[in-house]
Design a binder for this molecule. Structure first.
Ligand SMILES: [Zn+2]
Length: 66
């Protein structure tokens, strides 16, 4: 996907707020790390090119293996 052109686009990328991918458990690859009581509601500020993000809460759950 990524082309190795050395042409710089914008020097500073745009950021956006993206919901944790565990807000939609049907499409999340990490649904098993979602909160026990339902879909995750965390929002994470990420670079615009990021399409999926896992919030720190779900990340820490995945890291702890619980
Ligand atoms: Zn989350």
């Amino acid at each position: 996907m990524r082309k190795s052109k050395s042409v710089k686009r914008r020097s500073v990328g745009q950021y956006k707020n993206l919901k944790c991918q565990n807000s939609d458990l049907d499409t999340s690859k990490y649904a098993k790390f979602a909160p026990i009581d339902g879909p995750c509601t965390e929002v994470v500020n990420v670079p615009e090119e990021v399409e999926r993000v896992l919030c720190f809460k779900c990340t820490s759950r995945s890291a702890s293996g619980k």
